[in-house]
Design a protein around this ligand. Sequence first.
Ligand code: PLP
Length: 367
Amino acid sequence: MIRLASPDIREEDIDRLLAVIRSGDLVQGRSVEEFERAICDFAGIPNCAAVASGTAALHLALIALGIGQGDHVLVPAFTFPATANVVERVGASVVLCDVAPGSYVVTPDAVEAALSSSKDTAIKAIILVHEFGFPAEVARIAEIARRHGVKLIEDAACAMGTIADGYHPGHYSDVACMSFHPRKAITTGEGGALLSHNAALIEELKRLRNHGIRVRENGLDFTEAGLNYRLTNFQAALGIGQVHRFTDELIARKTLASHYRLRLDGIRQIGLPDNSSGHSWQSFMIVVEGVSRDLLKAQLLERGVESNLGAQALNCLSYFREKYRTDELSCPEATRLFRCGLVLPLYGKLTVSQIDVICDQVLTALA
Ligand SMILES: Cc1ncc(COP(=O)(O)O)c(C=O)c1O
């Protein structure tokens, strides 16, 4: 069976994790700091706060940027629901924006149109998702956000190593949020991080992840209603080596994605994802046309290839349908990608000949 995803966890990572467990120094501490420094070095962004998950990162970003009751937040319709759930959890409302057919992300024009046409809904922030690692046009979107006086959060859950307009997520926005769930490019089991040029914001986020504790000369003080969104030292220890090796992982993913593109190009029933040199290829999602995606997925499984649907169309999910009265037609592109998108296996340990096997099976199933 060729698995859909398989994290690059090596003996050296397990040894590092075990050393932390043996030390008894389990909760957030030195290994978390080392992990944060490794992420900063890799991304070229000076400040990082590691947290318990990508969802925790997004939740804290909204709190720290002052988004709450009565506010509206622009969210891509095609994403994992966590992007929007956190907006609902801070008491704000979601405004959905449809995505582009080949990149699966929102465009500057769509963002501009949404901000310009929603004057009375008080959009206070945009969450820009680099879905599957595709580099969204963040420089233009950041300029639009500034012009409209709106905060910009990058949901970079899938975008470790993505280079958008010359930089890693966290450069143009107020803050970028990453996830280290096992389906992501590196993993700490569960985990996440926030990246920003704004050192004061990251300090604030570090207090919020740790009960709102501020260390004063005469002891601890609790200066805000924080949460416990800390990462443990042993989770961080698992991630450190993966960050150090990630440049090689990225090269491997790009090579494998190019091979998929070569093999599947021109096949009538398959729409390929847009290519870009800054794509980090967390996932490779094709769009299946004229045949049932679910049938193809089942046939691939029978032939020893795991695959899965990509992301959700939020406009099609019960919560958003009921609260916002959306339907399939509200965001037709997201709906199409949700119904017809199929993610094929992609990770650094795969070989070009395994990609050939997967492509052969796809073509046989479609024949
Ligand atoms: C785009 C996006 N945002 C947020 C998340 C949430 O991350 P986590 O599972 O680490 O909470 C995910 C995870 O699947 C995601 O794909």
